[in-house]
Design a protein around this ligand. Structure first.
Ligand SMILES: Cc1cc2nc3c(=O)[nH]c(=O)nc-3n(C[C@H](O)[C@H](O)[C@H](O)COP(=O)(O)O)c2cc1C
Length: 200
């Protein structure tokens, strides 16, 4: 199913096409595609090249997949029945010294953005979920305290939206909304709309 962004300006087709689907197919995701998604994440930029991202991947109802699913909040469990689930973690400390890495979550977000764009290229869908129990995830996967669980990704091919419960189906077909561009770009001072867009 397509839900292309209704853009004011021409952008890259993959960015336009990406959206957060909920109707996943049970069809397994090809292993070479999974490899390429994580390779794309690996090549994201990061502050001081610290590469603070780590991933715990569960595939096709293996033990990891089941554990990841169990950490999801009830709302996400209703629909997140994708063959691949990935927990994204951020390393909160610098690699060579015992100091905090202030940019860790920013950098993991960039890696996930790269992964989602690669997924769109592969005809796959990614739905990011903050709705999961981070404490339980820390316990289930023996995650060291210097790593922060940030998001779980549901990844798969598109399935049949008719299989979704009614309240989820409504979300699946609702339009994708964004703040107007002039509301988010300023110049001079915060809140002062930038002329490049205000004149539009
Ligand atoms: C960090 C993060 C956490 C999210 N958590 C959830 C979630 O727990 N459940 C959910 O249904 N969607 C979740 N989403 C999906 C957003 O609701 C979605 O990206 C947003 O509505 C924009 O829709 P689009 O991705 O289709 O453009 C999350 C997205 C991000 C980036």
């Amino acid at each position: 199913m397509k839900k292309d962004a209704n853009t004011d300006y021409d952008i890259h087709p993959l960015i336009k096409q990406r959206w957060s689907a909920r109707a996943f197919s049970q069809e397994p995701v090809e292993m070479d595609k999974i490899h390429r998604l994580l390779e794309a994440a690996r090549w994201a930029p990061s502050s001081m090249n610290q590469q603070p991202w780590r991933f715990i991947i569960g595939i096709d109802k293996d033990e990891t997949h089941q554990k990841l699913f169990d950490t999801l909040v009830e709302f996400n469990q209703i629909w997140a029945k994708s063959p691949v689930l990935i927990l994204c973690l951020g390393k909160t400390k610098m690699n060579m010294k015992d100091e905090p890495n202030e940019a860790y979550s920013y950098d993991v977000g960039q890696a996930v953005a790269y992964l989602t764009i690669q997924a769109t290229q592969e005809d796959l869908f990614v739905h990011q979920m903050g709705g999961f129990d981070k404490g339980i995830a820390m316990e289930l996967f023996n995650i060291p305290v210097s790593y922060m669980p940030l998001v779980i990704l549901a990844i798969g091919h598109y399935g049949d939206s008719d299989t979704l419960p009614e309240k989820i189906k409504i979300l699946e077909f609702s339009p994708r909304l964004r703040t107007e561009i002039e509301e988010m770009v300023f110049s001079g001072s915060f809140g002062h709309k930038a002329d490049i867009f205000a004149k539009k």
